[in-house]
Design a protein around this ligand. Structure first.
Ligand SMILES: NC(=O)c1ccc[n+]([C@@H]2O[C@H](COP(=O)([O-])OP(=O)(O)OC[C@H]3O[C@@H](n4cnc5c(N)ncnc54)[C@H](O)[C@@H]3O)[C@@H](O)[C@H]2O)c1
Length: 359
């Protein structure tokens, strides 16, 4: 599949993934910052770049557009790609409010094109293994899910868009653990939480909460929790992971530790195991330290490319992606009101129905 990439910050990982993959052909990349285009051209010895998104949209050979622009621009960039008959990969958070959700769903229907949400953390080794073991019944029936993403993202505040009113760590950060919650408990009915802007965040110029704790209730009565803190030091990584997902089941319990390529399970035989994937470090981390993780991007891009050629749906698709944004918006509302919020009320407000969003 021939692919074009929009946004070359995090899009750097996608460039690496596409250039390395035998299932994808990188056709052109785009960033409105010409210096960054030149820098990436040098870095990858790939010189087909443009500063104008229209050049990607109007290139008839490009079949997939992969979008890595700031969060608040995703909806418009996805819309343009669909209007130009392209399949779409959009990084997380898919969109940052639901005002364009119905329109995007309709465009997918009309165009017959696929939209895939680059919910990268699902495509890391520990989380893939956790899902596989869960589906194989190794922890029995799921009782509850706990997920968190805590990171010292003070460096992120150098990006001017992070200091705009529109930027919220609720969407930018918590979209990862909230996606884990919905992966295992898709039908969350209600959520409540508290959030605050830390003194570090306020000093750094952030406008919205950077420290948040939430609890969820699914329609079948099961509960879950999520937390995120983004503007201060984190616990030592030798002790704990920055991002983790814990599944507690009737017969076992498992934990996937994202960046640490580490997975632990007490399975239905009572056996305890810890698995790591040191031999895959080079696949996942291709640049300085662990700043980017191109391997998971390659995993999901190839899954999406196969879904097009083989005619299946790659998840999270647009419906699942919008379902997660609806939940994030309910969380946002709970922070503002200090009260529990029902996801259905948010969907109704934006003329969306649960049926429309089910697979
Ligand atoms: N694990 C993950 O999946 C992951 C990790 C980091 C970031 N992200 C997401 O990637 C997106 C980008 O984040 P980032 O850290 O790379 O930000 P960034 O600011 O470094 O990069 C965004 C780039 O988009 C370019 N851009 C903006 N508007 C444009 C336009 N109209 N046309 C062409 N180029 C345009 C900017 O010039 C900039 O280079 C965000 O949505 C973020 O949440 C995902």
């Amino acid at each position: 599949m021939r692919i074009g990439i929009l946004g070359l910050g995090e899009g750097r990982s996608t460039m690496s993934a596409a250039l390395k993959s035998e299932k994808l052909e990188l056709k052109m990349v785009c960033d409105r910052n010409i210096e960054l285009c030149k820098h990436r051209a040098e870095e990858f010895n790939f010189h087909s770049y443009t500063t104008n998104y229209d050049d990607l949209l109007n290139d008839a050979e490009i079949e997939i557009i992969a979008i890595y622009t700031p969060d608040h621009l995703h909806a418009e960039h996805v819309k343009q790609a669909l209007l130009h008959g392209k399949h779409v990969v959009c990084t997380k958070p898919f969109i940052d409010d639901l005002s364009k959700a119905a329109e995007l769903l309709e465009l997918v229907e009309q165009s017959g094109k696929k939209v895939f949400v680059g919910q990268s953390s699902r495509f890391f080794e520990p989380m893939k293994k956790q899902r596989k073991d869960y589906e194989a019944g190794l922890i029995g029936d799921l009782i509850t899910v706990e997920a968190y993403y805590h990171a010292d993202h003070r460096w992120f505040l150098e990006k001017p868009w992070s200091l705009q009113q529109a930027f919220k760590w609720l969407y930018g950060g918590l979209s990862h653990p909230v996606d884990f919650i919905r992966w295992y408990l898709p039908d969350i009915e209600e959520v409540m939480g508290y959030g605050m802007l830390s003194s570090n965040g306020a000093k750094g110029g952030l406008k919205n909460p950077d420290t948040m704790h939430f609890i969820f209730k699914a329609k079948d009565g099961r509960i879950a929790r999520v937390s995120g803190c983004y503007t201060g030091p984190v616990q030592p990584v030798t002790r704990d992971s920055e991002m983790s997902c814990i599944l507690r089941g009737t017969e076992g319990c498992s934990q996937g530790d994202y960046m640490d390529l580490r997975y632990a399970i007490t399975d239905n035989t009572g056996e305890e195991r810890i698995i790591t994937w040191e031999h895959k470090l080079k696949h996942y981390f291709r640049f300085e330290g662990k700043s980017h993780h191109a391997g998971e991007y390659q995993n999901y891009l190839e899954y999406f490319a196969d879904s097009i050629t083989e005619g299946y749906t790659a998840y999270p698709d647009i419906k699942e992606g919008i379902g997660t944004i609806a939940l994030l918006q309910a969380m946002d509302r709970s922070l503002q009101s200090g009260k529990p919020v029902k996801v259905d009320d948010i969907l109704t407000e934006f003329n969306l129905t649960v049926n429309e969003l089910s697979a």
